[in-house]
Design a binder for this molecule. Structure first.
Ligand SMILES: [Zn+2]
Ligand SMILES: [Zn+2]
Length: 337
């Protein structure tokens, strides 16, 4: 099979021919159809994340078809459409796993990081962490939901019932969560890089009531702010615009250092928190939440072998929405079955 392999930090991905994997007990063999390109993959390639197991095949927004079942797998059938998110394995018995917080499991393993990812024609996944997916829309439109959508959804839930919601960093997650938040009746204030009129227009087209540069104040105080951009300087900026009792939610896995700020900005029961990974319950709740009105996904599609180009365009902010690798082209062969 063809796969894009990352040999170590700072290196470009390399197109490789690898043996097709064989599913072990509890695993699904998956024929990858599309895989989203996440900012986390960029952090991985840049060597900004510890604990990577080199060499690795990245990719944790996988839309696939079941191509084989390992021994003991129940509840899945050949050809079924399946999604593989970031959380790939947990121990099941640590203090976090046993208290509904498996996202914080001390031994957790993640897809496309310690476990095989989706920048490949085939991959393996523990069946217990896979999500059944609907037959529509097309794989490239479903893929961004599996991280940008899911992590964004968890971040949105951490914002509680905030009616005035700021969103910093208008990329893949923001473009999905804006639609969801607006559908819930919240007012969304979108902050982009200063001067990025295209992203601001994009945010307004998705339902945001206001869009501006991250250096501009919103027209009214915010009840919560979600930060999807990896820039620590945004944290005190967002904090300054919070109403009393508001919360800044940092949703990225990596961020540059957060500059100091006066205590008065935090006073008034404002808070800053991070969101780490996701639980399986988040996955189920998210797909349930969007079943009636799925968000529109704006995608730029690349063939598998152009993964490096996709990452560079993501770094440059060269497109709106999400980047997706299209892996297998013969979707018709599956749906005809
Ligand atoms: Zn991700
Ligand atoms: Zn655990």
């Amino acid at each position: 099979m063809r796969a894009m392999v990352l040999d170590g930090p700072g290196q470009p991905l390399r197109l490789a021919e690898l043996p097709c994997p064989v599913p072990h007990a509890g695993q699904l063999l998956l024929a990858v159809q599309a895989c989203g390109v996440c900012r986390t993959d960029l952090h991985l390639r840049d060597g900004e994340l510890p604990d990577a197991v080199w060499p690795l095949v990245p990719g944790h927004e996988i839309v696939a078809r079941v191509a084989g079942l390992g021994p003991g797998v129940r509840g899945w059938r050949q050809g079924q459409r399946v999604g593989v998110p970031w959380l790939g394995w947990t121990c099941g018995h640590c203090r976090f796993c046993t208290s509904g917080r498996e996202n914080l499991c001390v031994q957790a393993c993640f897809t496309g990081y310690q476990l095989p990812g989706g920048y490949a024609e085939y991959t393996l996944a523990d069946a217990r962490y896979c999500l059944p997916l609907p037959e529509t829309p097309a794989p490239e439109h479903l893929a961004p939901l599996l991280c940008a959508g899911l992590i964004g959804y968890r971040a949105l839930r951490m914002a509680g019932d905030a009616g005035r919601l700021g969103i910093y960093g208008f990329g893949a997650a923001a473009h999905l969560i804006t639609q969801l938040a607006c559908g819930q009746g919240r007012a969304v204030y979108a902050f982009t890089r200063p001067g990025d009129g295209a992203s601001q227009a994009f945010a307004l087209s998705l339902g945001a009531c206001w869009a501006g540069g991250s250096d501009a104040p919103p027209p009214e105080p915010l009840d919560a702010a979600l930060i999807f951009a990896p820039a620590g300087a945004l944290v005190p900026l967002a904090l300054r615009h919070l109403d009393k009792g508001g919360c800044v939610v940092c949703a990225g896995i990596h961020m540059s250092d957060i500059p100091g700020f006066p205590y008065a900005w935090l006073w008034g029961e404002r808070s800053i928190r991070s969101v780490a990974h996701l639980t399986r319950a988040d996955g189920q709740a998210f797909f349930e939440a969007i079943r009636q009105a799925p968000p529109r996904t704006e995608v730029r599609v690349f063939p598998l072998e152009q993964a490096n180009e996709a990452l560079e365009q993501l770094r440059r902010g060269a497109f709106q929405g999400a980047a997706v690798l299209r892996v297998a082209g013969d979707e018709a062969a599956w749906t005809a079955e």
